[in-house]
Design a protein around this ligand. Structure first.
Ligand code: FAD
Length: 513
């Protein structure tokens, strides 16, 4: 018998009723995960969403964790990808973040099983380069997904290819929400199109019910706040304080605008630095999604839109821009009393590494584990909150490093980011080890950071930015593990098993020709 079955039965003998407030991606992902794990155990799930308040409607790139989400739900790619105009994503390419070190662009590929052979040589080469020797340190040379991305190949491996390839997706977020809604309803989730205008609380502060504008009252044992930036339950009702990351991360706004689809869609997200932030480029099968994430302290909305239009070549085009505000930070407790916050209601980190849905998914999974172990107990709640806060903070640190290490000199925005000293102790120690030429992998292990961004991701960032000392005057001309370890030969042979991205997508007769 699974741990879940044993422990959930112990939590409470009566039927548990979970109420999810919000039908954005966070709400529907959570509804599916709960229904998948607990639906057959007598737990009932109701999702309430306002018919008039829309979803945020951005958030179109994922990490590889989303592949596990679909596989855990038993949903095949051929069933959801064409319906969501989805494409594959194996990497993120950063353009223009470190021109001062002579770097035009670098990649942060997702790490695949084949990289078991190349990660160590990559780390060693980075250390050798920090000693001043001239060796290759480009992440996309050492990581298999970097090779796929540079050649525009889809990560679909043939059955006889023995190594797992990790990948995420790009998708239309509105279509994904609709797909997840349909699937959740099939799993027995009850859907109510109601606008919540009030909340009843028990004497001890726990939420008893939510009240809709038409007078409907929905009672529940447990409430999951997925109401987006409104944060109706965790902040408005339960008054859990919000800790801003504004001192660490300056970006608080975005403007989004689509362009035509690419005939040959890249298998990577592109993140291009502009004067007060960066622009995402996300290739879908019917359009390319673009958005400028910027700091309103340095640009107002009109200036940002103009800069984005110039960047996209849309100055005279009749394309509507969508402006968004972001509140970056996290609630002090993600699980308070009988309420859990998932998605934007509990916190947001800017989307440069597309981590938000990853945090929703892992947050829901870790919550279910803890809930099964101890129901509403203070111990389980405290343990969950410690994990959730830690995850947000460590993801934040990795993002902060993107800004702290920039070598642009074209605006106060980039200079201020570089001189920003609001760094966590964890991040300071990572940077200190790198600059001292120390063992970064040992430091990441010492800090137990592998479940957030692991050592290879940190190497991609630091080496990608070209954060190295000048070359030593004497070069022995040896010690380059890329050359001596046979990685190129292995990757060249492996490449032959993979097909072009457009070709792979076209098997579903999507709009890609
Ligand atoms: C510019 C930008 C880019 C992003 N890019 C990425 C990315 O690439 N990858 C990624 O993983 N994430 C990204 N994100 C984050 C991602 O968009 C969100 O985490 C995700 O969409 C989940 O949002 P949500 O469901 O929490 O909120 P929302 O989509 O805002 O949904 C809120 C829901 O609550 C409901 N609601 C609100 N008030 C009430 C009420 N009173 N009564 C009833 N219902 C109510 C609404 O109707 C809606 O259904 C990005 C975010 C921004 C701002």
């Amino acid at each position: 018998m699974s741990l879940g079955a044993v422990d959930l039965d112990n939590v409470d003998q009566k039927r548990q009723h979970f109420v999810i407030l919000g039908g954005g991606t966070a709400g529907w992902m959570t509804a599916n995960l709960l229904a998948n794990r607990w639906g057959a155990k007598g737990v009932s799930i109701t999702l309430v969403e306002s018919p008039s308040i829309g979803i945020i409607g951005v958030g179109e790139g994922s990490t590889p964790t989303l592949a596990r989400f679909f596989s855990d739900l038993g949903i095949d790619e051929q069933d959801w990808m064409p319906e969501c105009n989805a494409t594959y994503k194996v990497s993120i390419r950063f353009e223009g973040w470190s021109p001062g070190m002579g770097v035009h662009s670098y990649a942060h590929p997702f790490i695949s099983q084949l990289d078991t052979f190349s990660e160590r040589p990559f780390h060693v080469n980075c250390r050798t380069r920090r000693l001043g020797l001239d060796v290759v340190t480009s992440p996309s040379e050492f990581l298999f997904n970097g090779w796929l991305a540079e050649r525009g190949l889809a990560p679909q491996r043939p059955p006889n290819f023995p190594f797992r390839v990790e990948y995420g997706y790009h998708f239309d977020s509105a279509l994904l929400g609709e797909f997840l809604k349909r699937h959740a309803l099939q799993q027995g989730v009850d859907h109510r199109a109601l606008e919540v205008t009030g909340v009843n609380q028990h004497d001890d502060g726990r939420i008893q019910s939510v009240i809709a504008s038409d007078g409907t009252t929905l009672e529940g044992d447990f409430f999951i706040d997925c109401s987006g930036f409104r944060s109706l339950l965790i902040q408005d009702t339960l008054k859990v304080p919000f800790d801003s990351f504004g001192d660490n991360l300056f970006n608080d706004a975005a403007v989004a605008m689509p362009t035509m689809r690419a005939n040959s869609p890249p298998v990577e997200t592109r993140a291009t630095a502009l004067s007060a932030g960066w622009v995402w480029s996300i290739p879908l099968t019917h359009r390319t999604g673009n958005g400028y994430v910027y700091s309103s302290r340095y640009k107002d909305a009109d200036q940002a839109e103009t800069e984005l239009r110039q960047h996209l070549g849309l100055m005279d085009a009749d394309v509507e821009a969508r402006h968004l505000k972001m509140r970056v930070g996290q609630v002090r407790e993600h699980w308070n009393k009988n309420c859990l916050a998932l998605g934007l209601s509990g916190g947001a980190i800017e989307p440069i590494e597309a981590t938000a849905l990853h945090l929703v998914q892992t947050g829901a999974e870790i919550f279910m584990d803890h809930y099964e172990e101890g129901g509403f107990s203070d111990a389980r709640r405290g343990a969950y909150n410690a994990i959730a806060s830690e995850r947000f903070e460590r993801v934040r640190d990795y993002i902060v490093a993107h800004y702290k290490l920039n070598t642009r000199d074209d605006s106060d925005y980039w200079r201020d980011n570089r001189s920003n000293m609001h760094l966590s102790e964890s991040l300071r120690q990572i940077l200190d080890v790198w600059y001292r030429g120390g063992d970064l992998t040992a430091e990441i292990e010492r800090q137990q950071l592998s479940s957030h961004f692991g050592t290879t991701s940190w190497h991609c960032l630091l080496a990608g930015y070209g954060i190295f000392p000048p070359l030593a005057p004497n070069q022995p001309g040896e010690g380059d593990l890329l050359e001596s370890s046979g990685i190129r030969t292995m990757f060249e042979g492996s490449m032959l098993n993979f097909r072009g991205h457009a070709e792979v997508l076209s098997r579903w007769q999507s709009p890609m020709g």
